[in-house]
Structures are given as structure tokens and as C-alpha cells.
Design a protein around this ligand. Structure first.
Ligand SMILES: CC(C)(COP(=O)(O)OP(=O)(O)OC[C@H]1O[C@@H](n2cnc3c(N)ncnc32)[C@H](O)[C@@H]1OP(=O)(O)O)[C@@H](O)C(=O)NCCC(=O)NCCS
Length: 127
């Protein structure tokens, strides 16, 4: 966890963006961040959603849908994406129905060599 969400890394992620990391998009209400997400291009014409998180009390209100739509527009319009990928941890019952409802299809499993217990499921859709 600390590898992903330490101060230096997050500071870099909110101040620098390019086609490989398009920056964070945030949902804000009354000055409070209630959701955040971001992605980038992983190949010519192929984007990926890297992060998408909601305040746990604000799920299922359509906020994740809006964040995903905004990130998808960035990848299509600015970077010419025609396809979009996402990784989901195996067994994530909150995220998998969401992505399937958005048209993502399961493609294959990926077992990270350093963390073989964290099996990732790779999903993709045409955009
Ligand atoms: C996954 C997550 C980002 C979705 O955001 P959200 O704001 O709750 O989702 P929305 O309200 O926009 O959309 C819910 C959609 O998923 C579908 N959905 C959600 N749970 C479902 C379920 N159990 N069965 C079927 N469909 C489901 C809904 O039908 C809806 O689709 P629709 O808009 O086409 O009707 C959010 O729940 C979250 O933060 N989860 C925990 C963190 C996480 O797992 N992030 C993903 C890491 S890869």
C-alpha cells in the first residue's frame, strides 16, 4: 500500500501529467473530495483506467460512472484511444459488476510475480 500511496508519489501524480498518466479527476462536493480516478495510455490507441475510488458512503449514486466517462473522454479525444483496459483484483465484488455494467469483458488473469496472491483480472472494452 505504501508503495502506491506515499506522499512523494501522490505529489508527483497531482502535479505532472502526460499521455501515460492523464492526472487525477476528482468529484468534489462542498469542498470535499468524494471520488477520484485517473488513467493513461498503455499503447497506441489503447488506454487504461489505473485508479477509481469513491467515498464508501457515496457508492451507487452514479459518481463513478461520471468519473469513468470523463477519463474515457480524455483518452479518446486527447490521445485517440479506441480500446480501454482495467485491472481488477480477483474477487472484488464491488468493482467487477460495475465494469461489466460498463461493457468491459474479462480477458485474462495476471499473477504478479512479486505478489502471486494478488491475482489481477484484466478487462477491456472498445470505446
Ligand atoms: C467501483 C466503484 C468505483 C463504482 O463507482 P460508483 O459510483 O459506486 O458506481 P455508479 O453508481 O456510477 O455505477 C454503478 C453501476 O454499476 C452497476 N452495479 C454496481 N453494483 C452492481 C452489482 N452488484 N450488480 C450489478 N450491477 C452493479 C450498476 O448497475 C450501475 O450501472 P449503470 O449505471 O449502468 O446502471 C465504487 O463502487 C468503488 O469505489 N468501489 C470500491 C473501490 C474499488 O473497488 N475501485 C475499483 C478498483 S479497480
Amino acid at each position: 500500500m505504501n508503495d502506491y500511496y506515499n506522499y512523494e508519489r501522490i505529489t508527483g501524480e497531482v502535479t505532472e501529467f502526460n499521455r501515460n498518466w492523464g492526472g487525477y479527476f476528482v468529484a468534489v462536493e462542498n469542498g470535499n473530495v468524494i471520488g477520484a480516478g485517473g488513467g493513461g495510455m498503455i499503447d497506441d490507441g489503447i488506454g487504461e483506467l489505473f485508479v477509481l475510488y469513491l467515498d464508501p458512503d457515496r457508492r451507487n449514486e452514479g459518481i463513478g460512472t461520471k468519473l469513468l466517462e470523463t477519463i474515457t473522454q480524455q483518452q479518446k479525444v486527447e490521445y485517440g484511444a479506441k480500446e480501454q483496459w482495467v485491472s481488477v483484483q480477483k474477487g472484488n465484488r464491488k468493482a467487477i459488476p460495475f465494469y461489466e455494467a460498463k461493457g468491459f469483458k474479462f480477458r485474462h488473469e495476471k499473477i504478479p510475480p512479486q505478489n502471486p496472491e494478488y491475482i489481477k483480472l484484466r478487462y477491456s472494452r472498445l470505446i
